[in-house]
Design a protein around this ligand. Structure first.
Ligand SMILES: Cc1cc2nc3c(=O)[nH]c(=O)nc-3n(C[C@H](O)[C@H](O)[C@H](O)COP(=O)(O)O)c2cc1C
Length: 371
């Protein structure tokens, strides 16, 4: 087995991130380690796999003790600091002595102090089996490590609760500008306040709710200005993208654009959406793909942050009635790209943007100014 291939594959095994600390009299040692796990509950034991070439491994062997400091999700910098060789790894780090006197990182999510019970050699590493002598945990979310990158952990349950909260807001269970108290949302969803709070923070980054200094979370009303700004921003991005990609797209990319366009067009039959959410997803997938053809991840991410789906859901989503003109305008856009005709593609983009803004204006006017 090729080592690089193995590293790539095993990177799919997500883990937490710890800093293993120890000391040998005057000198403190520490290193970032993810190959750390609990071993048995009775007796309580841990194991840590440390590379023999790292000074901390030798120090654990001579001290016979180590502490596992479990890092929280805001401690990526600390993970990097303890993963780089330095004569002063603990620079700027708050530390306090544990029960065994080991240096503990004060802001870590949890601390577990161990005495080495056994050492096992495995390849380049030593597995230190440790008897747990003290263990404490605080509150917070853990730092995680996956495919060579640091990240955050999310409960699957939180995503599900967020999905239901989003449905509530989009289905207008609350009126525009109404306050959305945390306790009320938690009760309506039948979940604890932590899960409801997580949902509120996601809804606020979706711009569906906003935080008001006096009233707390309120339902963000959708008005003509917000809608115009969102569609104009998409339009500006797409015009820029068109001037970058015209003539630079491959036949395969144009075929993929057409495939996405056809998938979307099939969901708007006559003057009606046959499946609004399906249409919305397909429409988004088409435009996101168009933007991605500029091969600029920052641009694609910026496009994602416009919240275009929210504006469309809260406006077009209120009625199945729509118009074939939307499909036609987007056909002109795609045809222009396929023909490598910048002017034709731009005309399609302008037509589509104006149609969208006009339609939202009609829907908002019919609802009395904001929805
Ligand atoms: C997220 C992460 C996890 C790591 N996990 C381990 C590990 O489990 N065992 C290990 O020996 N080194 C691991 N390392 C590498 C060590 O932290 C790195 O070799 C460190 O520089 C060693 O300390 P030194 O600077 O004193 O040599 C990891 C590094 C990172 C960034």
């Amino acid at each position: 087995m090729d080592a690089a291939h193995f590293r790539h594959v095993v990177g799919h095994l997500a883990s937490g991130v710890t800093v293993i600390t120890t000391d040998t009299g005057d000198i403190r040692y520490g290193m970032t380690a993810s190959s750390v796990t609990s071993l048995s509950a009775d007796p309580p034991m841990m194991l840590a796999c440390l590379n023999n070439s790292v000074p901390t491994a030798g120090a654990v062997t001579s001290s016979g003790r180590y502490a596992v400091n479990v890092l929280g999700d805001g401690q990526g910098e600390l993970a990097r600091q303890f993963a780089s060789p330095s004569t002063d790894k603990f620079r700027g780090v708050a530390v306090h002595p544990g029960t065994l006197g080991l240096p503990l990182l004060s802001d870590a999510l949890a601390h577990i102090e161990c005495e080495v019970a056994e050492r096992v050699t495995g390849g380049t590493h030593t597995i230190f089996l440790g008897r747990v002598r003290s263990a404490t945990a605080g509150n917070g979310q853990p730092l995680t490590y996956f495919r060579g990158g640091l990240g955050r952990f999310a409960f699957a349950r939180d995503d599900e609760v967020y999905g239901r909260a989003r449905e509530l807001v989009l289905s207008r269970a609350y009126a525009a500008d109404e306050t959305l108290p945390l306790e009320d949302l938690a009760e309506r969803l039948g979940v604890d306040q932590a899960a409801a709070f997580y949902a509120l923070t996601r809804l606020s980054s979706d711009a569906l709710v906003r935080r008001d200094a006096d009233r707390g979370y309120v339902i963000a009303p959708l008005d003509v200005r917000t809608s115009d700004e969102t569609f104009d921003a998409r339009h500006a991005i797409e015009l820029g993208v068109l001037s970058i990609i015209i003539g630079a797209t491959t036949d395969d990319e144009i075929a993929e654009l057409r495939r996405r366009f056809d998938a979307m067009a099939a969901l708007l039959v006559g003057e009606r959406f046959v499946d609004f959410h399906g249409y919305l997803d397909a429409n988004y997938a088409l435009h996101e793909y168009l933007v991605s053809l500029a091969r600029n991840p920052l641009l694609t991410a910026t496009f994602g942050r416009l919240g275009i789906k929210n504006v469309m859901t809260r406006s077009f989503g209120v009625t199945p009635e729509t118009s074939q003109k939307f499909v036609e305008a987007q056909r002109h856009l795609i045809d222009g790209v396929a023909a490598r005709d910048l002017e034709a593609a731009r005309r399609g983009a302008v037509e589509y943007c104006e149609l969208a803004k006009q339609r939202v204006r009609e829907i908002i006017a019919a609802a009395g100014g904001s929805i």
